[in-house]
Design a binder for this molecule. Structure first.
Ligand SMILES: [Fe+2]
Ligand SMILES: [Fe+2]
Length: 205
């Protein structure tokens, strides 16, 4: 895997901005720390982290062109916001350029923005590192970092909760996979969870 890491590093220097590069390296270092603490393969986590934002600074028209060349059919949301394709494209790039068939690495890269249900351990770490690496500054991030070091699954729930709450507050769109991930996490980790009731939170409902 060492040659893949070297080649990815070279490609990143050509594809992303210096600011993005700092995020990617910081993501790698936090993800490796989590991998070590939770006994998950560090090399696989490193490859996924290095690749996750490789196409994040590529223009929307180029993203659509690459998606087409790679046989990725953008859905409605991706057509409206092609930046959403950067993870799927990076995963396909890993597959084609390095013959990587490791499904856990590929899903971690492809789903790092939206999240997804049935995530593997590598995807959980990349998802966490993407939001919690050291250059990220927002209220509560330090508590989430500490939690991620202690309890991976609980940290994924709380980090997703923080992202969804932020999105709701800002009235941003939510991706269906993100909602599916939330439901999957709760059904697995909190089997007694209930759904929103038609009277909940509605005054006089
Ligand atoms: Fe990303
Ligand atoms: Fe990222």
């Amino acid at each position: 895997m060492q040659h893949i890491v070297q080649e990815l590093t070279r490609v990143l220097n050509l594809l992303v901005t210096p600011r993005r590069l700092r995020h990617i390296y910081s993501c790698c270092s936090f993800a490796r720390k989590l991998a070590k603490l939770h006994c998950i393969n560090e090399e696989r986590v490193t490859v996924a982290c290095l690749a996750h934002d490789a196409f994040r600074d590529v223009s929307t028209s180029k993203l659509l062109k690459i998606a087409r060349a790679y046989g990725i059919e953008p859905n409605g949301m991706e057509l409206a916001h092609p930046v959403l394709l950067h993870g799927k494209i990076a995963a396909e790039y890993l597959k084609r350029r390095f013959k990587i068939e490791d499904r856990e690495i590929l899903e971690a890269v492809a789903a790092h923005t939206s999240g997804k249900p049935n995530m593997g351990e590598i995807a959980k770490i990349v998802f966490l590192a993407d939001s919690l690496e050291e250059t990220r500054v927002y209220e509560g991030v330090e508590d989430l970092r500490r939690l991620a070091e202690q309890d991976l699954d609980e940290a994924v729930i709380q980090t997703l909760r923080s992202k969804v709450c932020y999105a709701m507050k800002k009235e941003y769109l939510l991706l269906p996979e993100t909602i599916e991930m939330w439901n999957w996490l709760l059904q697995n980790k909190r089997p007694k969870s209930v759904t929103v009731n038609d009277q909940d939170g509605v005054e006089g409902g």
